[in-house]
Design a protein around this ligand. Structure first.
Ligand code: ATP
Length: 350
């Protein structure tokens, strides 16, 4: 199903929870809906599901207005954080539930449930009850149950939140494969930014009831539309002085016009800073110099703090051996920056 939200507002009493939200989701895409607690993710999900109505604005499924459709007529599958399985029903009956509601023939139900349980690695568990399964297995039953009636839209609200970190990582790959197999439009609410970056075709970031940005994980990471996005996804240096950024002609203009700091501020990803020993001769002259003030090992990279003029920067360097020590003079080459206006945080340049 293709999904569209147009000018959605939601008030709870006087409280304006969702503020003029617009987005469009391509059929078959897996979309990560992320943002800080209280930002409006669950409210958006509830309006898509029909559990809640927008105060104003409309929702479209495949181009048709669906704003006021009852829940059961929307063709939506749900998987929630807590394993909302029917406790008194076997695994088979749980998965068969939606098909029975649709009054599908017995044989069709049997074949579909058997197929889904095999796909989920749960063949042989048909007669078990939810309490006889592990958390990961129960969540797979919940996915099978949601997918059984062939929904046009799958809504996932923190489906892996109750599962331990290692299995969660495996489930990311599993989920991606599952959505590729079923080609069902899926919206996935998660608190885990890395999870969203790894599995989603697109990410929608909501904060204080507004969509901050919608884009592919790559776009969101490399071209954050607002300083909030830049700090919510990944990490950033906030550069207050012009000194380490001489290589960017655009900034030179701003510097020459005296607008630096008053009008703009600049964010730099720690991994966008290349650190080289200062005796490296092949560097272009744009590289600025600095002094290493702190070093520690992070497991997959080295964390460096560097003083460049009045500016302190932190950088991640993927080195097999740590080439730098505190006190080393280094050359910095900054590969990418994001420039925002100071007053309204609009992205100027990237
Ligand atoms: P979390 O990540 O903590 O689940 P969220 O992004 O899903 O948060 P929502 O649950 O959608 O956020 O809540 C958005 C805002 O709307 C919050 O300030 C919340 O307190 C408020 N809110 C949500 N539902 C109601 C309601 N039924 N009545 C009043 N306020 C509500």
């Amino acid at each position: 199903m293709q999904i569209e939200a147009k000018n959605i507002n939601k008030y709870f009493g006087d409280f304006h929870a969702i503020k003029d939200v617009n987005f469009s989701i391509t059929k078959g895409h897996l979309v990560g809906l992320i943002g800080p607690s209280g930002g409006g993710k669950t409210s958006i999900l509830r309006m898509l599901s029909g559990l809640e109505r927008p105060s104003t604005g409309d929702i479209y499924f495949d181009g048709k207005v669906a704003t006021n459709l009852p829940v059961q007529e929307r063709g939506i599958g749900f998987v929630f954080q807590s394993y909302a399985l029917f406790k008194h029903m076997t695994v088979f009956d749980n998965v068969a539930y939606g098909l029975r509601v649709l009054k599908k023939p017995k044989e069709v139900i049997h074949d579909r449930v058997t197929y889904l349980l095999r796909l989920m690695g749960l063949a042989g568990s048909e007669r078990k009850y939810p309490h006889q399964l592990s958390g990961g297995q129960r969540q797979r039953v919940a996915f099978a149950r949601a997918l059984a009636p062939e929904p046009g839209l799958l809504l996932l609200d923190e489906p892996f939140a109750a599962i331990d970190a290692k299995i969660r990582k495996e489930l990311r790959v599993w989920l991606r494969n599952l959505i590729d197999e079923f080609k069902v439009t899926t919206i996935f609410v998660t608190h885990d930014q890395d999870e969203a970056i790894e599995v989603a075709d697109e990410i929608i970031i909501v904060q204080q009831g507004k969509v901050e940005q919608q884009g592919t994980p790559w776009e969101i990471y490399t071209k954050p539309a607002t300083p909030f996005v830049a700090s919510f996804i990944g990490e950033s240096n906030r550069v207050e002085s012009y000194v380490p950024l001489k290589g960017f002609p655009y900034l030179k203009e701003i510097q020459q016009e005296g607008r630096w700091k008053k009008d703009v501020h600049v964010l730099v990803r720690p991994e966008a800073i290349e650190v080289r020993p200062s005796n490296t001769t092949h560097l272009p002259s744009a590289g600025e110099t600095g002094t290493v003030t702190h070093v520690h090992f992070r497991g997959d990279s080295w964390y460096l703090e560097i003083e460049a003029g009045t500016q302190k920067l932190f950088a991640y360097q993927s080195l097999k051996e740590n080439a730098f020590q505190v006190g080393d003079e280094v050359n910095l080459l900054i590969h990418q920056i994001s420039v925002f206006t100071q007053t309204d945080n609009k992205l100027l340049d990237n």
